[in-house]
Design a protein. Structure first.
Length: 346
């Protein structure tokens, strides 16, 4: 189901608190860090039902999202799967599955997942969720149940700022050529994810229909795995604001993101890497180009420490996100909603 921006969500039955006509009577809104516009933080001044307040002030929150790209609700004690789902459905008509994803997660309910389950010592580079697909979520929702003992932040980077930080000739090259994403998924054992995990089904007919619909080249491998390749834009215009933003996962899909030793080892032992990326015409990225991209993202990146009960709403087309390394237990839940189709933005 494809939903347009601004379509109201459907709420499950709930007890509604009376919400004042002026939203600032119940909450305070401002930047989390006065020196940085991202994210905007909303804090309660009294005992406020966040779902009811958000339903009454949805347009206000949407304006903040389109302005800075991320809104943090802090102090509302959103600490469960049910609470996350209830509030997310204020903003989106339904929650989406993580079809064609690249990271291991556990599905807790329809449309609600754990955050990426990579080992805690690894940094997860910043990216726009499913930007390599032919459709992706407009909104992301992160709920912190248990913050890490140290680290574990979800860094953010405004795609408009990333473009400003990149050399003009490299921006033009990405705009002209786009990005080619190549992928090898195993059928049960091997590096990376299996194709049933990626597509959340073991139905080959479904996978083939999905690939045809999305313009994804695909080929079943003799070992039971699946190979795919697709070309997507490197930049994109936001459907609401018209602003051009950096929107791809070129550096994350490139083998160099694994580190030189691991990338070399995988290339030497396999005829196809789990993930690989190049310019859309097949031209490889140079080391300098990848470093320019990663440097621009680092300069645009902002972080903040999670607190238990935090809820972060992100405009997935304006802002990229990642994960910092951490120690101790950490539990962050994720939901996605409101589909954007690539073909609708052509």
């Amino acid at each position: 189901m494809t939903a347009s921006f601004g379509e109201p969500g459907r709420l499950p039955p709930m007890r509604r608190r009376a919400v004042a006509a002026r939203p600032d009577e119940l909450v305070e809104i401002g930047p989390l860090d006065p020196g940085r516009p991202l994210p905007v933080v909303v804090r309660p001044k009294a005992d406020v039902d966040l779902a009811a307040w958000a339903a009454a002030n949805r347009d206000l929150v949407e304006r903040e999202l389109l302005g800075c790209g991320a809104v943090l609700f802090r102090g509302f004690a959103v600490a469960s799967r049910d609470q996350l789902e209830r509030i997310a459905l204020v903003f989106v008509p339904e929650l989406l599955d993580y079809v064609e994803g690249t990271s291991p997660r556990t599905q807790l309910a329809d449309g609600v997942y754990t955050s990426t389950e990579y080992p805690p010592e690894h940094f997860i580079s910043l990216h726009n969720e499913l930007s390599y697909a032919h459709r992706w979520p407009a909104r992301l929702f992160f709920c912190c149940v248990t913050p890490a003992a140290s680290g574990g932040e979800t860094p953010l980077a405004d795609g408009r700022r990333v473009l400003e930080e990149l050399p003009g000739d490299l921006v033009a090259k990405f705009a002209e050529k786009g990005v080619r994403y190549s992928r090898t998924m195993h059928g049960g054992q091997g590096p990376g994810l299996s194709w049933p995990a990626v597509f959340e089904t073991d139905d080959r007919d479904f996978v083939e229909r999905y690939c045809r619909e999305g313009g994804v080249e695909h080929r079943w491998r003799p070992d039971g795995g699946l190979w795919t390749r697709q070309v997507r834009p490197g930049l994109i215009s936001h459907p609401r604001t018209g602003e051009r933003v950096w929107f791809n996962q070129a550096d994350q899909w490139h083998p160099s993101s694994l580190g030189s030793e691991l990338a070399s080892a995988m290339a030497a032992t396999s005829d196809a890497l789990p993930l690989d990326a190049s310019f859309g015409d097949g031209t490889p990225f140079t080391t300098e180009e990848l470093e320019q991209v990663r440097g621009a993202v680092r300069r645009a990146m902002v972080t903040f420490p999670w607190r238990a009960g935090d809820l972060l709403v992100v405009d997935n087309m304006l802002v990229a996100h990642g994960r910092m390394p951490y120690t101790g237990p950490r539990r962050v839940l994720v939901a996605m909603g409101e589909t954007v189709e690539l073909r609708s933005l052509a």
